[in-house]
Design a protein around this ligand. Structure first.
Ligand code: C2E
Ligand code: CA
Ligand code: CA
Ligand code: CA
Length: 275
């Protein structure tokens, strides 16, 4: 009762405490969600532009909250990162993505699944061992797993180089997510063992024939350093055709498909295959 009185007092006088309280409630909620199996992975296809084949998919987490319904990742990933809950959550994401992808390889042997890493876990070299364990446990051949990192995770280039080379040694591939939105210098790009740039959606929006120098430059930059380039957030055929014309390798976006629950994603793959 004393605790309650204290927190009520803080609630009315100090908004910070209110947020802290909310954060603790959210942490409990996230822990319960993980235990009760409230998380689910959706998959968004990644398309090779020249022949429009599905070459992989990005795993995106969803939270089916018993009272609040679907909670988008933008509402809980930041809290998960602040509370450390992102570690067990992302472990679940990677394990699930590996298991579900492995089930698809018989029928679709070239698929690769991308998962999003968070800065928090990227800090520690223990992550390399954990990932090795997850790959061994699930039996997914490592070259079918792609890790999406962001520019802000590579601010400390030395550290990033160390962790990335150890991850690459496991046989996985690395994609630089949201490329173009970070603030790090470009020189790090040639130093890091990256396989693909994912151009942020903001560069792809409204390309509708407008004279654009940024997109073609990023695509050329990627090719000059010997990596693949994927454009995110492609919503129209105009955008897809434009990117294809600029020799962009791959694309992802609502035009091809929104993120889909596993079963629907499998149906999508079968339909594409039958065409
Ligand atoms: P992201 O990694 O940049 O993921 C792409 C986001 O763009 C997804 O939002 C996707 O649904 C959305 N999107 C895809 N195509 C289009 C399009 O054509 N138009 C528009 N307007 N949006 C499109 P989502 O699923 O809400 O995820 C948001 C962010 O949450 C992700 O951004 C990622 O940073 C984070 N996230 C999602 N799942 C995970 C996860 O399992 N672990 C971690 N650490 N972060 C995750
Ligand atoms: Ca991503
Ligand atoms: Ca992205
Ligand atoms: Ca993003």
């Amino acid at each position: 009762a004393r605790n309650k009185a204290a927190s009520d007092f803080l609630f009315f006088t100090e908004p910070m405490a209110d947020r802290l309280h909310e954060k603790m409630a959210m942490e409990r909620d996230l822990r319960r969600a993980l235990e009760n199996g409230e998380f689910e992975l959706y998959y968004q296809p990644q398309i090779r532009l020249y022949d429009r084949q599905v070459i992989g998919m990005e795993a995106l987490i969803r939270w089916r909250h018993p009272e609040k319904g679907m909670v988008p990742p933008s509402l809980f990933i930041p809290v998960a990162e602040q509370t450390g809950m992102i570690i067990p959550i992302n472990e679940w994401v990677i394990r699930t993505a590996c298991l579900q992808t492995k089930q698809l390889l018989d029928r679709f042997p070239h698929l690769s699944v991308s998962v999003n890493l968070s800065p928090y876990e990227f800090e520690s070299r223990r992550f390399v061992d954990k990932l090795a364990g997850l790959l061994a446990d699930t039996g997914l051949p490592p070259h079918h797993l792609d890790l999406e990192i962001t520019e802000r995770m590579t601010m400390d280039t030395e550290r990033a180089l160390d962790i990335l080379s150890n991850l690459k040694a496991l046989g996985v591939t690395i994609s630089m997510d949201d490329f173009g939105t970070g603030y790090s210098s470009l020189s790090y790009l040639t130093d890091l063992p990256i396989d693909r740039l994912k151009i942020d959606r903001s560069f792809v929006q409204h390309i509708q024939g407008k004279k654009d120098v940024i997109l073609p430059s990023i695509i050329r930059l990627g090719h000059n350093i010997g990596v693949k380039v994927l454009a995110e957030g492609v919503e129209t055929e105009t955008e897809a055709a434009y990117l294809q014309g600029k020799r962009c390798d791959e694309a992802q976006g609502y035009y091809f498909s929104p993120p889909l629950p596993y079963d629907e994603f499998v149906r999508f793959l079968k339909e594409q295959h039958a065409r």
